[in-house]
Ligand binder design. Structure first.
Ligand SMILES: [Zn+2]
Ligand SMILES: [Zn+2]
Length: 159
């Protein structure tokens, strides 16, 4: 996905332009006077949101450390549930099953957010169920919390 980078002479600002057509994702109209631009680089043209000149730039991907942090949390919860599920007790088994379901429903999903014209659009991980970012959501952090008393490796920031 791309956004449009503008500069009004004082500072950069950003436009987003949304379309549901997968074949029509470019947020600028190309200038026919120039050769077709490299499809991986910045693409100059006329912004389809505000009709001013601008450059269509790719949204930077989710930072690798953010993605790794979310994966680490999910892995920890999964391992903690697995360990707990091996313990006796019918209720315990049902509780673990419910937590597995919650973990699946509240899986991370990557989306682009733009918060106004002066903040560069970026990728974030949100909860699939709650929609909020950052990940993990409050619900999932509360699912994880009790496991920290019997399973090591829980992190303070997950509380
Ligand atoms: Zn614009
Ligand atoms: Zn959630």
């Amino acid at each position: 996905m791309r956004y449009v980078l503008h500069n009004d002479g004082y500072r950069d600002y950003y436009c987003t332009w949304w379309t549901s057509d997968p074949m029509d994702q470019l947020p600028v109209d190309l200038d026919p006077r120039y050769p077709a631009p490299d499809s991986n680089g910045p693409i100059p043209g006329t912004c389809r949101n505000c009709d001013r000149r601008g450059v269509a730039v790719k949204v930077p991907p989710l930072p690798a450390d953010k993605e790794a942090a979310a994966a680490e949390f999910v892995e920890w919860v999964r391992a903690a549930i697995r360990e707990q599920a091996g313990k006796p007790g019918v209720w315990n088994g049902h509780r673990c099953e419910a937590d597995v379901a919650l973990l699946e429903w509240h899986a991370p999903t990557t989306t682009v957010v733009s918060r106004g014209p002066f903040e560069q659009p970026r990728c974030v991980q949100k909860c699939h169920e709650c929609g909020g970012d950052p990940y993990p959501c409050r619900t999932l952090r509360m699912v994880a919390a009790p496991y920290r008393f019997s399973y090591s490796g829980h992190k303070k920031e997950w509380l």
